[in-house]
Design a protein around this ligand. Structure first.
Ligand SMILES: [Zn+2]
Length: 508
């Protein structure tokens, strides 16, 4: 069986989920669900980075003395958020887990035995927000490009990883595997960064007592990224190498340079693909904790619906590029594409089957005039190439074609004029189209797909069943409207500051 292993980055445990975290996680969920429907053996991993020094600070601020208790409390918030947002992750890794600590130590020993670790003195600039070292040239006006804060000058004894040893190997690998880092613009950025010259990196911090101690020196704990990246192996060892790591552009270097080098050194396979997406702005403004405009996705999902939010984010922002989150645009898309196009189509078909066929779906032949408007191969290929927004556009093109079909065929007139055969054909084809549409939107809007099937009396299968006329309906059962229209002022009026909290991971 073909395997598909997809990951999100692990998020800092001391934050609560923001719309940025939800965005990455929705995309991973969409991919996972799509590959499951294709009959693949899917593993979808997300989780938490708990060994950071930020955790210690945040627990102090929160007044919780026991760090374990603090991380447990926070982890519960994360898992309940993913449950609220209908995320179908198979695994949830926490880097404080014993199995992870064990793997990191083993991983390190492989690197150490390879001769890639040495002790040295580090002097330089460290951003506590990013938890990484910067050179002067990385800074913008002397400040961290992501946190806009001045990094601290640090001088200490550290263990170093020989990153420089792998520079050429990574370049060769990227050249031989042009799809390793996507989109291309990000690949070029990585190549340029490596060509400018890498430096060995410090992978330990002395005098801290939270995190994972180095097996060769108890006075040192792992630098958080050296401990965080191997989560992708701990979380699903049997599925390694991952088919796809999804990440935002601020953690590009860690994933596309340091992680491949670590894997090469320790003797593991590299992930098949890294897909880097952009940042979200909020109503045109950069989102950040300090600006106080990081939106809690739980609040939005409750206010609108999980599926409106999922649809809007996947449909509006070309995946891979920066995008703007606007509640007004979410409302507009919900009202037009979800309520007017999709919801109305279902409502019309269900009502006519109730009225003309005693709540049954008539049997008839496939009408190529309609079915030829759907291009499954194209949609599949768009999704496999991370063009999630275009895939949705293509699916909704077909929804529009179905509505057009209703308007042109005028089934109510067919009924009035007793054109039985023609009426049967039209309603059968519309119901079948909706059944197939439900499978296509399932990865994006799982709850809506379920509702469509319930109303049409079909059972949503766990793999694609796209053959026309293949499924049996147990009868129409009219349900609630799929998407209620939202008054623009109603929606925005309620958008007080209750949604404006939470925090980004490195500026997302
Ligand atoms: Zn920073």
């Amino acid at each position: 069986m073909k395997k598909f292993y997809v990951t999100t980055p692990i998020y800092y445990v001391n934050d609560i989920a923001s719309i940025g975290h939800a965005y990455t996680t929705f995309a991973a969920d969409t991919l996972a669900r799509w590959h499951r429907l294709k009959g693949e053996d899917v593993f979808f991993l997300t989780g938490l980075d708990e060994n950071s020094q930020k955790t210690v600070k945040a627990a102090e601020t929160a007044g919780v003395k026991d760090l374990k208790e603090y991380t447990n409390q926070m982890a519960l918030k994360w898992t309940s958020t993913w449950k609220n947002l209908n995320i179908s992750n198979n695994g949830f890794i926490r880097t404080t887990e014993a199995k992870h600590k064990k793997l990191v130590k083993e991983f390190f020993m492989k690197v150490y035995e390879k001769g890639d670790i040495y002790k040295g003195k580090y002097e330089g600039l460290y951003c506590e927000g990013c938890e990484c070292f910067y050179t002067e040239s990385d800074l913008v006006e002397g400040k961290c490009p992501f946190h806009k804060t001045e990094p601290k000058f640090i001088s200490e004894e550290n263990y170093f990883f020989k990153l420089t040893k792998y520079a050429d190997k990574i370049l060769t690998y990227i050249e031989k595997n042009p799809d390793f880092i996507l989109p291309n613009s990000r690949k070029n950025e990585v190549v340029e960064f490596i060509k400018m010259g890498l430096k060995d990196i410090s992978i330990s911090r002395p005098n801290v007592d939270w995190g994972i101690p180095l097996p060769i020196d108890k006075n040192h704990h792992f630098w958080v990224w050296f401990d965080a990246l191997p989560n992708y192996i701990t979380g699903a060892p049997k599925y390694w190498p991952a088919n796809c790591h999804l990440l935002a552009k601020d953690i590009l270097r860690f994933h596309c340079v340091i992680w491949p080098a670590m894997l090469m050194s320790a003797g593991y396979d590299l992930p098949k693909q890294l897909f880097v997406h952009g940042f979200l702005t909020i109503n045109g403004q950069k989102m950040s904790k300090s600006l106080g405009n990081a939106i809690d996705p739980n609040v939005l999902a409750q206010k609108y619906s999980v599926d409106s939010l999922r649809y809007y984010l996947m449909r509006s922002i070309p995946f891979g590029e920066d995008g703007d989150f606007s509640e007004k645009a979410l409302i507009t898309r919900t009202n037009t594409e979800l309520a007017d196009s999709l919801g109305n189509l279902l409502n019309r078909v269900v009502s006519m089957c109730e009225k003309y066929y005693d709540s049954k779906i008539p049997k008839a032949k496939e009408d190529k005039e309609l079915s030829s408007k759907l291009d499954f191969k194209k949609i599949d290929s768009l999704i496999l190439n991370y063009k999630l927004h275009e895939a949705l556009a293509e699916i909704f093109y077909f929804v529009d074609q179905c509505n057009k079909y209703v308007n042109e065929k005028e089934p109510w007139n067919l009924a009035k004029n007793q054109k039985e055969d023609e009426l049967e054909k039209v309603l059968f084809n519309l119901a079948e189209s909706l059944r197939i549409i439900s499978q296509l939107i399932y990865s994006f809007m799982p709850e809506t797909a379920e509702k469509i099937n319930e109303q049409l009396g079909f059972k949503l299968r766990d793999s694609f069943d796209l053959k026309w006329g293949n499924a049996k309906s147990k009868g129409i059962k009219k349900g609630e409207t799929l998407f209620k229209k939202i008054g623009l002022t109603d929606g925005l009026k309620k958008s007080s500051n209750d949604g404006l909290k939470g925090g980004p991971r490195n500026g997302l």
